[in-house]
Design a protein around this ligand. Structure first.
Ligand code: NAI
Length: 323
């Protein structure tokens, strides 16, 4: 039997919590004892205008259910103001869910500087500014749980979303480093890759799918990632329709691009071994940058020592054909 996951004494900041996924995160955390800052600028889905209504309605919902919440109407670009609201109202910040977002879909040719900049400002810079402002508080209390919101549009690309997919993949990079910098202070940072029915996906997702993709089904996954019992740090979790999985990067075995350390690399040699360079049949996930550089040192060592077997192992084909 598992005990109920509670958030008593925890303060959570949920950005873009006036609607969609953020609203569900805020409602769930508050229903389980967290004090919640409901941040929402209240503009249009393309980032125009502002209104206090979106945040106010969710704060009212939380209070009506007996929970504790305050509204914050700042843009996430002013991250320090958002976090200041938490400190003023509740004296701390334990959980930060970077969720606020907008869309300005255009093909690459039609994307204006403003379409590019605003999408990057809200998603990427906004998540950075809120994280940066929350970090000193989390370090001091030796505890923090941070979520970055990515998208399959970033992981796989999506026609007409150059600005959005770049920002969403940027958030994966931001999460990677946040996870490393926070680790020694028990500050964990994980990525959620959601697919949900919201005003953002209305008219984009097929009707049948849209109706099954309730944001409510993703909130428990994000809530678990934000709980003190969750040990994940630096994970990417995709979730939708009451299903979730971990996603990660993979690196192939690779191939050496020259017969000996004295040789140079030529485009012809690269062409010759390309099928080995791109062979993913022995691909592995690397846990850290040190493993990537470590394996390079190994390749160089083997080449230097003329360790035929070890080098052969990485470029059997090349050495036979081209020496
Ligand atoms: P939504 O449009 O319902 O909610 C986003 C909220 O963010 C809105 O209430 C909006 O007012 C607020 N917001 C926008 N700019 C803001 C700013 N500068 N400062 C503060 N608040 C701001 O959209 P949804 O679907 O709930 O999206 C939430 C997050 O999930 C976004 O980051 C989105 O990119 C991401 N996402 C959503 C997917 C989906 O299928 N719905 C798929 C992949 C990612």
């Amino acid at each position: 039997s598992t005990s109920t996951l509670r958030y008593d004494g925890r303060v959570a900041v949920v950005t873009g919590a006036g609607a969609g996924l953020g609203r569900e995160y805020a409602l769930l955390l508050a229903s389980r004892g967290a004090k919640v800052v409901v941040n929402d600028l209240g503009g249009t889905h393309s980032g125009e205008g502002a209104s206090q209504r979106a945040a106010d309605i969710v704060v009212d919902e939380i209070r009506a259910a007996g929970g504790e919440a305050v509204a914050d109407y700042n843009s996430v670009i002013d991250g320090s103001k958002v976090i200041e609201t938490a400190i003023k109202a509740f004296g701390r910040v334990d959980i930060l869910i970077n969720n606020a977002g907008i869309l300005r879909d255009r093909s690459i040719v039609k994307t204006s500087d403003q379409d590019w900049d605003l999408v990057h400002d809200v998603h990427l810079k906004g998540s950075f500014k809120c994280t940066q402002a929350a970090f000193p508080h989390m370090k001091k209390q030796n505890y923090g749980r941070i979520i970055m919101t990515s998208s399959n549009s970033g992981i796989y690309g999506n026609f007409g979303q150059a600005n959005y997919s770049a920002a969403k993949m940027g958030l994966v990079g931001l999460a990677n480093t946040t996870a490393i910098e926070g680790a020694k202070n028990n500050i964990h940072c994980n990525v959620i890759i959601p697919t949900a029915a919201s005003r953002m996906t209305e008219g984009i997702l097929p009707d049948m799918l849209f109706n099954e993709l309730k944001p409510k089904l993703i909130a428990p996954v994000v809530a678990y990632l934000c709980h003190e019992s969750c040990e994940d740090n630096g994970s990417y979790i995709e979730s939708a329709a009451g299903w979730a999985t971990k996603v990660h990067t993979a690196r192939g075995k690779g191939a050496v691009l020259r017969p000996t350390i004295e040789d140079t690399v030529t485009p012809e040699y690269v062409e010759k071994v390309w099928s080995k360079v791109t062979d993913m049949s022995q691909a592995k996930h690397l846990e850290a940058i040190a493993h990537a550089s470590g394996s390079l040192l190994e390749v160089l060592e083997n080449l230097k020592n003329g360790d035929k077997d070890a080098v052969e192992d990485t470029f059997t084909f090349a050495s036979r054909e081209l020496i």
